[in-house]
Design a protein around this ligand. Structure first.
Ligand SMILES: [Zn+2]
Length: 462
């Protein structure tokens, strides 16, 4: 009897629910049907061999996830769409999403919350609308903004932040923001000020997921050396010994374009201009023919010129799944989180590996100690600037250097404001001694890679 009744009961419940939603438009928490969270309850309301040793199965974890836990998703692109879907279906209902982009037609193959009619609209808005209308009771709040346009008070409200970004600078900024929220009392970190950061990244068939407890485990800047600088081909290969179709395209882009100026003297190569790409493509074909190289296509040409790494939907799905699982583990505290860095590769078969990234003692972002800068008094300020941008552990973009002299703030060099750049540019050619800097002097450096200024201590070498 019960067996035949069950499906009918279920069907009736769904009908009732749908009718209710149609009648009063209510998608609030009343919309839970009896067995809605059964899949989640299996993890939270009974014990198992992989459970956190201190976890007591109960109904409270699920209530916390459904009612209280506030999650911030950064990015509503390839990873972001997957993350929002995974989190919403796992029982998270207070989700905020930040994204500064609008939808492009080329996103539609994998960013499945978007449709052709949405092209041109903000990703965050469309993604939130989609989830809110599709997952009853879930409330996604969108922000069509840059992460830099939101402040400490905004970020402080979240229990967990999960990033699906394609930019290292943005990742580092987010990392810096969470580090700036930490509260230290007599040098001891107040654990309640820690907001866990789950970071996912993909590049073609490769991806990684990591868990960061700011101030406790390795931060983004601790492992900066893991992000290699963009691959560039050696100039000699491009100029005289091309072997790959990419070498031929680079030859045209770097050497031929500035020489021939095919669209006029001041016209720089625009990767979005089909005529420009067509010109580069034709010239690259000629170059390739000269060296019997095959494989130059229009698509590859555009890819090389715009430095496009094709996005792979399956990589995004796997990485977002790993990240959402970590959010679930930390929010419920039912399982030990990933410790702490997982790499994933599906170029050829499937490979994953997990290791524990270690904190860097003198990390300029999270170590709380000013890093030392070793320079001779006769070094020029330009050398310091070069070090800040070129050092693999710092990789700054446009550092602004200030210091305190005779109790006053003095800007030594600042790039982002044209008038100040002009005024401070002569300093670059001066030596540290000429600038009046002393051994042990503190330099405060601001950069787009962090919301805080980074302190350095100048150590003179002889
Ligand atoms: Zn660090």
């Amino acid at each position: 009897m019960a067996e035949t009744d069950e499906p009918e009961k279920k069907r009736r419940r769904v009908v009732e629910l749908t009718e209710k939603m149609l009648v009063d438009g209510d998608t609030g928490s009343t919309s839970d049907w009896d067995d809605r969270w059964n899949h989640i309850k299996k993890f939270l309301e009974r014990s198992g061999p992989f459970m956190h040793p201190d976890f007591e199965p109960s109904t409270e974890s699920l209530q916390f996830m459904l009612e209280t836990c506030k999650i911030l998703v950064i990015g509503a692109g390839g990873l972001g769409c997957e993350l929002l879907k995974n989190l919403a279906l796992s029982g998270f209902r207070n989700i905020h999403v930040v994204d500064m982009d609008t939808i492009d037609v080329s996103n539609l193959n994998r960013q499945f919350l978007f449709r052709a009619k949405d092209v041109g609209r903000p990703k965050a808005d469309v993604a939130a609308d989609f989830i809110n209308s599709r997952v009853p009771g879930c409330c996604v709040i969108p922000y069509f903004k840059k992460i830099q346009d939101l402040d400490e008070t905004f970020y402080r409200q979240f229990h967990i932040i999960v990033c699906g970004l394609d930019s290292i600078v943005a990742r580092r900024w987010m990392n810096g923001m969470l580090l700036s929220l930490l509260v230290y009392e007599d040098g001891v970190l107040d654990p309640s000020s820690i907001i866990p950061l789950i970071d996912g990244g993909t590049e073609g068939f490769k991806g990684n997921a990591r868990v960061i407890f700011p101030g406790m485990t390795a931060c983004i800047d601790c492992t900066l050396e893991l992000y290699p600088p963009q691959i560039n081909f050696p100039m000699c290969t491009i100029a005289s010994m091309p072997r790959l179709p990419e070498h031929c395209i680079e030859y045209v882009r770097i050497l031929l374009w500035p020489k021939e100026m095919p669209f006029g003297d001041d016209v720089s190569l625009d990767g979005d201009d089909p005529e420009h790409i067509q010109w580069v493509y034709q010239k690259s074909l000629e170059r390739a023919a000269e060296f019997s190289i095959t494989g130059v296509t229009y698509r590859l040409t555009q890819g090389v010129v715009k430095r496009i790494i094709p996005a792979v939907a399956s990589t995004n799905a796997a990485i977002a799944a790993a990240c959402a699982t970590e959010v679930f583990k930390i929010a419920s505290s039912a399982y030990l989180p990933l410790n702490n860095y997982m790499v994933f590769n599906d170029v050829d078969g499937l490979y994953t590996y997990t290791f524990e990234a270690e904190r860097k003692e003198n990390c300029s972002a999270c170590s709380q100690v000013p890093s030392d800068l070793h320079f001779s008094p006769s070094s020029k300020l330009q050398e310091v600037l070069d070090y800040l941008t070129e050092s693999t552990s710092l990789q700054m973009k446009s550092p602004a250097i200030t210091t305190t002299m005779d109790g006053k703030n003095k800007t030594l060099y600042l790039q982002s404001v044209a008038s100040i750049e002009q005024r401070t540019r002569p300093n670059l050619a001066k030596t540290l001694k000429e600038l009046g800097l002393a051994d042990g002097q503190e330099l405060a450096v601001a950069d787009v890679t962090t919301p805080q200024t980074v302190l350095f201590k100048l150590c003179f070498t002889s």
